[in-house]
Design a protein around this ligand. Sequence first.
Ligand code: HEM
Length: 530
Amino acid sequence: QAFSFDIEAGADLQVATSKESATSLEFTTDGGVPFFNPYVHQQIGSNGPLLLQDVRFVETLAHFVRERIPERVVHAKGAGAHGYFEATNADFVKQYSIMYVFTENGLKTPITIRFSTVGGESGSADSARDPRGFAIKFRTKQGILDIVMNNTPVFFIRDPAKFPHFIHTQKRNPQTHLRDHDLFWDYLGSNPESLYQVMRLFSDLGTPYGFRHMNGWTGHTYRWVKSNGSWVYVKLFAETMQGIKNFTNADATNLQGANPDFATQDLFDSIQNNDYPGWTLYAQVLTPSQAEKFKYNVLDLTKDWGFDDVNKTEIGRFYLTENPTNYFAEIEQAAFSPGRTVPGWEPSTDPVLQARLFSYGDAHRYRLGTNNLQIPVNAPTVPVANFERDGFMTVNGNQGSRPNYHSTLERINTPPIPYIEDTHQQWTGGAVRSLTQVTAIDFDWPKRFWSSLSAQDQQNLISNVVGHLGAAKSQSVKQRQVALFALVDKSLGEAIAKGVNVSVPALPNFPTNVTWLDTTVSSNSSTLNY
Ligand code: HEM
């Protein structure tokens, strides 16, 4: 099997895994002593008080109330499995990157994938209208690589400071503890750069049929780097081999009651039945000079590159072939971070990505502890030789007797840093400023998306929005959102206005003469007053 739970190489303690002990014995105390019955407790007589000396029972009670760890603040509901990635186009990748995992044809790398919804709690229905997370952990021979994607090429924001605010509008109202449609649409209407993602979400793409029938995108631009320091911008796209399949709003809504764990079950059952889901992984590449001339700012997470604009090239395939033996150990405790990279794969200066580089490690330290990379599902399959020591739950031998500082007393072969410093990225200073302003170009993708939909899909988008926006109480929130839809397409705006019972207001004007290279743009106009 591709996946194994080997304790990190170099550890000198031989620890029996909980898998072994759980299968070879019926019942033991926490100390591993066989015991005849888990149900007994020590008591004086048949009706007297319990005894504190019954340590086994005390431990059982104490561990029980400590079973819960913090759930992920976003993407709390999810499911996952293990499998492998196989590289198929080494020649293509080698032109641009030294990433070993992609540059040897036929090389198989063990992976773990976790799929998720975003807004709901860990027990929420997984057929909710929501983007889906699509996070892959590659256990490469150069260490861990995480590619943390969603099932959409873009996102609601391009300014990371908005993320907690935006997420709060999808969580529960501070007073009522209910989901609040007014807060949700109030945010979206006043931050129109979200519109393309909003339209994808309210098409039937927002309710995929489980996790197997959807695609994945890195969304952000990353960089592929060669050993001489030259680099290109790259985005990855994972295309499902099962074909795209979505629920209608009615089916998804019914399912949320009938089987709130549909997607989790669909994934588990298909792997259990040896029907292994697979995806083809593609790359899109732009050189820095192509990026400068590209019609959209390549650091703008609200803009897709589009396969008509930039060719996609296959670089590999991956399959899920093994269900977790234990969900908590192998999926809940899995920690994915866009900051967990290997040589040849670097972030771009997309500000949202830059914020994510901090936020995930921070979340893992809070949720799982400072030694979260020692948890078997997260641990590299190659030796770790850093100078981080000790801390709660050090379980991997703590790097033995090796000096805990960069010592000259032992020979340490520090691998050379493979890149030279580059300064080219500094041109993006201008780009970042213009990302704060909403301009006419922000309606490009919403228009492209709208005209790519069939008549039926257009109709579904309208009724999905009407059902949700119609539940908002505020007339002005409804009108502001209708105006944005009307800017995409007059008939779309009118149909939604009719459905939510408001008139189409005067449409706002967005500047057309601003390009992403223009550094004179005012930086405080992201929240519009109209
Ligand atoms: C999960 C933060 C944007 C994909 C998370 C978590 C945090 C977070 C704190 C929980 C991590 C954990 O507890 O393990 C942020 C911030 C963002 C952002 C601050 C923007 C400023 C994005 C974007 C994508 C994305 C743009 C996709 C392109 C995911 C996925 C997960 C996740 C797939 C779940 C990973 C798993 O299954 O464990 N995010 N996120 N996020 N995020 Fe983001």
